[in-house]
Write a protein that binds this ligand. Structure first.
Ligand code: AMP
Ligand code: FE
Ligand code: FE
Ligand code: ZN
Length: 283
């Protein structure tokens, strides 16, 4: 069984439609594909249909933009009720905040000698209900200002970077509570990638688990090197957290994130399904 529990379609910042993503997974021998678009459930119906047609399993998920101590952290939710109003309200706030900061980012880019119009960016958005930094990055590439998405992030768009603009995100504790109230299973995405180990420290992970009932963490993820995985795995074990593995595939939007380059163990996946079913979640 090859199980990839965290991938993005063009309903957020990936480059493949949910259908194309599922077909690609089936062609490549992936048995389970967990679609986890940023801050939206919009792609899940299409993914489910495509998976039934392709003869593989679609795991319904979401990746929620949260913060811990003002730093951006990501929470995966599996099996959430996609109609649970309090979660939908928070997701709408995140998406509105993301799209709303666009003029500020464009003004910063113009002052750096890289003018873009809103239309230039909207041209890159595909089916996404919010306009994120990856779409701004794609517009910069299309104009020839940078070579690829990564260069746009490394030089301009990284958190606190010269063209960065802050946006709303919910506290990670609220995120975990909302996922649980929506009958879903909360799992921290790449907790120790890109400097997040400084905010998601072992004491914080312990608090999130014991007081907020976080249920899993990603251990095998492209943003975690071998040493990081070797340190995180035993901590997850001690806390009784399920340890996930994923590609965080974004289509052409991210290199070295090929489908199923990391995978989740079948027994972890089975336990996840058991928990979602036990609480009447959405599969
Ligand atoms: P936004 O929600 O608009 O702030 O954009 C966040 C998204 O941009 C993340 O979900 C990632 O896909 C991508 N991203 C954030 N930081 C980086 C980075 N340093 N390098 C590449 N992609 C990044
Ligand atoms: Fe992304
Ligand atoms: Fe993420
Ligand atoms: Zn992701």
């Amino acid at each position: 069984m090859r199980i990839d529990t965290h991938v993005h379609s063009n309903v957020s910042d990936g480059t493949d439609t949910p259908t194309r993503l599922v077909r690609k997974a089936a062609e490549q021998g992936v048995d389970v594909i967990g679609l986890t678009d940023h801050d939206t459930f919009d792609g899940l119906r299409e993914a489910k249909l495509a998976a039934t047609e392709a003869g593989i399993e679609a795991l319904p998920g979401i990746e929620i933009s949260c913060q811990a101590d003002g730093q951006s952290v990501h929470l995966l939710g599996y099996g959430c009720d996609p109609h649970f109003e309090p979660l939908l309200d928070e997701l709408a706030r995140v998406r509105v905040g993301r799209t709303g900061r666009l003029p500020d980012m464009l003004a910063k880019l113009a002052s750096l000698g890289m003018p873009l119009t809103e239309d230039d960016v909207l041209h890159q958005v595909g089916g996404s209900p919010s306009v994120g930094r990856p779409h701004v990055a794609d517009a910069l590439v299309a104009k020839g200002y940078v070579a690829d998405r990564q260069e746009a992030f490394d030089k301009l768009l990284y958190d606190g970077g010269p063209a960065y603009s802050h946006r709303y995100s919910m506290d990670i504790r609220l995120g975990i509570e909302l996922v649980r109230q929506a009958n879903g299973v909360p799992v921290l995405a790449h907790p120790w990638g890109r400097g997040r180990e400084h905010v998601l420290t072992p004491p914080v992970l312990t608090e999130l688990t014991l007081e907020y009932r976080l249920e899993g963490v990603e251990v095998d993820h492209p943003d975690h090197d071998e040493a990081t995985r070797a340190e995180l795995r035993p901590l997850a074990d001690r806390l009784g957290l399920l340890a996930f593995g994923s590609s965080d595939h974004h289509g052409l939007g991210k290199v070295d994130h090929e489908l199923a380059c990391n995978t989740t163990a079948p027994d972890v996946y089975d336990e996840l399904l058991r928990r979602v079913r036990a609480r009447g979640g959405h599969l």
